[in-house]
Design a protein around this ligand. Structure first.
Ligand code: SAM
Ligand code: DTB
Ligand code: SF4
Length: 337
């Protein structure tokens, strides 16, 4: 049972799917402010009622088109607006993608996520992406791509190819967004998310914490996600990787416990979603990661690289999982689509 003081279940409407989509700022701020133990207890309770708490879903990432992106996202090493030492690469060949996917599968990844540094894909690139999706699926892995904004017909084509997940992050609150990105709007992001949802592709959508945002921004980001008509099936919570040359390189270090609280609140607001402990793990102690799993994170990116920056070595993740008694999970049983 939840503690009586729990501010989240008081007479609120549960919408058709049995999940809430009507969170208010005040409620979510109160969750954030709970004593740490009460917050984690509540998050664990929610987590255990929907998931095996000792199983963590594993995805691996590959950058299929790196650098020279026209967008000016202040956190991103791949933006052409900043000097980060990354060269421009074209879309990589199919065989390279399949080789990386086979390696990821051997290491235990259930899903293979392919990311491109694009504002949006050109139509002529879509058929090459389709071949990648079909090839990775034929290896028996789930597929995810993140390509920027999509048109209706591109979204349909990706669905037809059998794409399982599309990643498109809101990144931060509506209010803070303009401080971070000027080359597209929040509404652009929401429009693509709606297209993906309506096409019947599972949605992977989250954000970045530690970009100098306020506590209210963190709450508002989670509210945006939870108040979507359907919760994203996967919610990546990234800790900003401060890359030299980007405008956010000198951002102050975030209190690790604020990050853990953010994971816990995401778990409470989106009980059935996979909350993904994403970028930034090389900066986290094992103990901090353990707290994130305790707070309800139940998926990670696995393998030495994220897109362009480092991720923990597979070996050290295996050791951490062993120390914590965690199992690497397989493919999702139930898809919403
Ligand atoms: N270009 C596409 C887009 O922006 O949607 C796909 C690739 S983009 C690199 C995918 C996500 O990576 C971004 O939305 C952002 O959340 C995350 N990301 C990029 N740089 C990051 C950084 N330095 N630290 C944490 N997350 C980052
Ligand atoms: C997400 O939310 N995080 C991943 C994935 N989705 C595509 C990307 C993190 C990128 C970190 C910076 C880099 O490695 O370039
Ligand atoms: Fe481009 Fe995506 Fe990086 Fe923004 S986050 S600069 S859109 S690759």
């Amino acid at each position: 049972m939840l503690a009586e003081s729990s501010p989240n279940l008081c007479g609120k409407k549960y919408i058709e799917d049995g999940l809430r989509h009507d969170w208010s700022l005040q409620e979510v701020l109160s969750l954030f402010k709970l004593p740490f133990s009460d917050l984690l207890y509540q998050a664990q309770t929610v987590h255990r009622s929907h998931f095996d708490p000792n199983e963590v879903q594993i995805s691996s990432l590959l950058s299929i088109k790196t650098g020279a992106c026209s967008e000016d996202c202040g956190y991103c090493p791949q933006s052409a607006h900043y000097q980060t030492g990354l060269g421009r690469e074209e879309l990589i060949p199919l065989q390279e993608v399949l080789q990386a996917a086979r390696r990821a599968k051997q290491q235990g990844a259930a899903r293979f996520c392919m990311g491109a540094a694009w504002r949006s894909p050109a139509d002529h690139d879509i058929e090459r992406i389709v071949a990648m999706i079909e090839g990775v699926r034929s290896l028996g892995m789930e597929t995810c791509v993140t390509l920027g904004m999509l048109t209706d017909s591109q979204t349909q084509r990706l669905k037809q190819a059998g794409l399982d997940y599309y990643n498109h992050n809101l990144d931060t609150s509506q209010e803070y967004y303009a401080e971070i990105i000027s080359t597209r709007t929040y509404q652009d992001r929401l429009d693509t998310l709606q297209r993906v949802r309506e096409a019947g592709i599972n949605v992977c959508c989250g954000g970045i914490i530690g970009m100098g945002e306020s506590a209210q921004d963190r709450a508002n980001l989670l509210i945006e996600l939870a108040n979507l008509p359907q919760h994203p099936e996967s919610v990546p919570i990234n800790l900003l990787v401060r890359v030299e040359g980007t405008p956010l390189a000198q951002t102050a270090t975030l209190d690790p416990l604020v990050f853990v609280r953010t994971i816990a609140v995401a778990r409470i607001l989106m009980p059935k979603s996979r909350v993904r402990l994403s970028a930034g793990r090389t900066e986290m102690s094992d103990e901090m990661q353990a707290l994130c799993f305790l707070a309800g994170a139940n998926s990670i990116f696995y393998g030495i690289k994220l897109l362009t920056t480092d991720n923990p070595l597979a070996d050290s993740d295996r050791q951490l999982f062993q120390r914590l008694g965690l199992r690497m999970g397989g493919k999702e049983e139930a898809h919403h689509a």
